[in-house]
Write a protein that binds this ligand. Structure first.
Ligand SMILES: *Cc1c(COP(=O)(O)O)cnc(C)c1O
Length: 371
């Protein structure tokens, strides 16, 4: 591939000296679970979101699951309660809800933004609904006053799946007056899976919240349910952020603005250069951090083969929505035609630091020649 979709070796190359420095520091410290590296990264992450607390976790799925487990174990939610979630998300959003004993209720996306259609929230509400898990899909914030209004009217929590949108900004402020994703709702889950905008060199995640009770519950639950040594108040998990990952993530977090800025420039380049009427481009929004640049093409499979023949790597996020996965064959849901149409038409173009502006111009030229 002349234009690879993503190459994580190349992505991390500019940070090698800083990553080595971070690893060295941890090696010399002899502290391999918890400690100052994790604490200082947590502090930086909470600060970025304008929130009070961050708790490192082993991965993003656990971060989602721990938030919901904390809600159940603290008695705020009961098993079998429902969580509204966009139908067109990565399966981890659904799994995190299910694994806490709650029920994901898929809500259709708005085809224009590909994010949850907040106009549909009210119609999906039942007396068992306890929360909205909003997903900032592809790096585009999904948060507005309509969502806040529905949540307020029914006493729902707003939880953010911020795996794809670190550093993004919403167009409307949260009730606390903040704009940065991860600080908009009652709690947020982050993933630092290596392909995310800020990626670890392995698995890593975090929960961010300004709710002290929730933060304490998540911290205990992630550490065997222990609130102090050898004292277990919950049947918890072992899901902690490793100091070695925290140290490397902290180094990379310092480069967040330039990372996201480069993605914005590539998205603007595609937006300017792709003119093929067979290709529907995503909406450009200032606050979006472009984890993926996803176009829609009717004849998607032929488009992908054509691009591959011309040296352009692509991917699909995601070809099968969670409600069509075998593990959710028993999940009750209404018709989800928008979700299923999107799943058939979406294609992700290269948008990582492996791709230059010149590459994006050339990829656009190749796309414009698709007939
Ligand atoms: C990556 C991702 C997750 C899960 O994160 P992991 O760290 O891989 O467990 C959850 N939700 C979304 C939307 C994601 O993209």
């Amino acid at each position: 591939m002349k234009y690879p979709f993503l190459d994580l070796g190349t992505v991390n190359e500019p940070y090698l000296p800083e990553l080595r420095e971070a690893v060295d520091r941890v090696l010399r410290s002899g502290r391999f679970i918890g400690g100052p590296e994790v604490e200082s990264f947590e502090k930086a992450l909470a600060g970025l979101c304008g929130a009070d607390y961050a708790v490192g976790t082993a991965n993003g799925l656990d971060a989602i699951r721990l938030i919901f487990m904390a809600c159940v174990d603290s008695g705020r939610f009961r098993r079998g309660d429902e969580v509204l979630v966009p139908a067109n998300t990565y399966i981890a959003s659904f799994l995190g809800i299910s694994q806490a004993g709650l029920v994901p209720v898929p809500v259709e996306p708005d085809a224009a933004t590909m994010n949850l259609d907040t106009a549909l929230l009210e119609s999906c509400f039942t007396p068992r609904t306890k929360a909205i898990l909003t997903v900032h899909l592809y790096g585009r914030p999904c948060f507005d006053s309509r969502m806040v209004e529905v949540a307020r009217r029914h006493g729902l929590m707003i939880i953010e799946d911020n795996a794809q949108a670190i550093g993004a900004t919403a167009t409307e402020p949260s009730p606390r007056g903040t704009f940065v994703t991860g600080g908009l709702g009652d709690a947020a889950a982050f993933s630092f899976y290596p392909t995310k905008n800020i990626g670890a060199l392995g698995d890593a995640g975090a929960v961010v919240t300004s709710d002290k009770e929730l933060a304490d519950a998540v911290r205990a639950l992630a550490n065997y349910g222990s609130d102090r040594r050898y004292h277990n108040i919950y049947k918890g998990l072992n899901s902690r952020l490793d100091p070695i990952q925290a140290a490397m993530l902290h180094a990379k977090l310092e480069h967040l603005q330039e990372c996201n800025g480069a993605r914005r420039t590539l998205a603007a380049t595609y937006d300017r250069c792709i003119t093929n009427p067979l290709v529907t481009k995503p909406l450009i929004e200032a606050g979006c951090v472009w984890h993926q640049y996803v176009v829609r093409v009717h004849d998607r499979d032929r488009f992908i083969v054509y691009l591959a023949e011309n040296g352009v790597g692509t991917d699909i996020h995601y070809a099968t929505p969670p409600h069509l996965q075998p593990c959710y064959k028993d999940l009750a849901h209404g018709p989800l035609p928008v979700t299923e149409l999107l799943a058939d038409e979406i294609v992700s173009l290269p948008i990582s630091s492996c791709t230059s502006v010149k590459d994006a111009e050339e990829i656009s030229r190749i796309i414009n020649d698709f007939r």
